[in-house]
Design a protein around this ligand. Sequence first.
Ligand SMILES: [Zn+2]
Length: 269
Amino acid sequence: MPEGPEVHDLADRLGALLLDETLDDVWFRDPALQRRRKVLAGKRVAGVVARGKALLIAVDGGWTLYTHSHLFGFWRLVDDVDALTSDTPPRVRLRCVRGVAALYAAPSVALWRTDDLDRQPYLAKLGPDVLDPAVDVAVFDAALRAPALAGRGLAALLLDQGFAAGMGNYLRSEVLFEAKLSPYRTAGDLDTAQRRRLAKALIDVPRRAYRAKQGDAHPPGKDYLAQIKRRFRFEVFEREGTPCPRCDGTIVNARIAARRLYWCPGCQH
Ligand SMILES: [Zn+2]
């Protein structure tokens, strides 16, 4: 499943195609949505943003297209409708003068009043987004001190979108490695320095992964990325059996909170 950096990068690419352009053709496979296509058709695209792993396309007139790709959904961006070659039709197709964006296989597609988005069930449950420039280390440092989280294991907590929106499975392994913390620790048993390291890794690692997807130019409104190192690679994720890049240990793969987690027992305590 795409994680925050991938969805934000997709939002940037969709924005480069659609932003400020008029949607001159809108098509939904779902008949009920197709009957309502005029809330988007003929409207100027006012915003394309990611929130957590959801993608929101807002138009003038107060409506937003909500999509969540879950495991299998994906967007294709092409110059012309004829370039969409697929056995199955897309779920959504948006056309403007610059090209066509089509969403395939995503189970969640809906039209929402932009003013009502905070009531959308997925968005309503999201915690602070690891890629939101307004979210900083202090936000997660405070969140980790919340008594309600004290008993939560870090492995499960780091997948909880209500704790940190945009986190996902590869980020979970890499954040814990960066913070030098065992996935079996709980939020409540971290000392001040450990909690601070984890909060900092929750900010730094996803932003490096996002930054690494971009060229020298930043997308509009993402100037904060200029401060972030562009280099990102998996230090532990999918590196089971290889030497730890930090100590003499060996990376192991454990199944924790129902997903595979890679970590180094030698230096993550
Ligand atoms: Zn190690």
